[in-house]
Design a protein around this ligand. Structure first.
Ligand SMILES: [Zn+2]
Length: 152
């Protein structure tokens, strides 16, 4: 995993690696050998939590299978507890993968954003821009391209 293994991208330049290293304080709520979860310093909602791999990886596709599993295991374990702690009615869970998607810190992080009935927020469906109007053949072609890329 190229970028994940490059030590030059570690704590010197990455705020989340600095949190992992203890150089920057954080309100840690969960920690394993591979994963750290802490409260977002600028929360979008009560209990807004970030879940990160301790190893630097910029994009979701940079995570190897074990680390990817560890991150999602953590997400599934802590989400109900975060919701309970702030008496939330639900949560949105999401990753901004790449600058075009709004990623601000170039270290994979999963947002767990507690949601409350009537909080005025929106679903994940609201994050994209203008919706494309695609014909069935165009959808078929996209599916074929993605499938071929993964198989290749
Ligand atoms: Zn990092």
């Amino acid at each position: 995993m190229g970028r994940a293994a490059d030590p030059s991208r570690m704590s010197d330049t990455c705020i989340f690696c600095s949190i992992v290293d203890g150089e920057i304080p954080a309100r840690t709520v969960y920690e394993t050998d591979d994963v750290l979860a802490f409260l977002d310093a600028n929360p979008l909602a009560l209990g807004h939590t970030l879940v990160i791999p301790k190893t630097h990886a910029e994009r979701v596709g940079d995570l190897d299978a074990d680390l990817s599993s560890a991150v999602f295991d953590a997400v599934s374990e802590i989400t109900p507890e975060v919701e309970a702690a702030v008496d939330a009615d639900g949560a949105n869970i999401g990753i901004n993968d790449g600058e075009a998607a709004g990623q601000e810190v170039p270290h994979v992080h999963v947002h767990v954003v507690p949601r409350f009935d009537g909080d005025g927020g929106a679903p994940i469906h609201a994050v994209a821009g203008e919706r494309p109007d695609l014909a069935d053949e165009e959808l078929d072609a996209i599916a074929a391209d993605v499938s071929a890329a993964i198989d290749g």
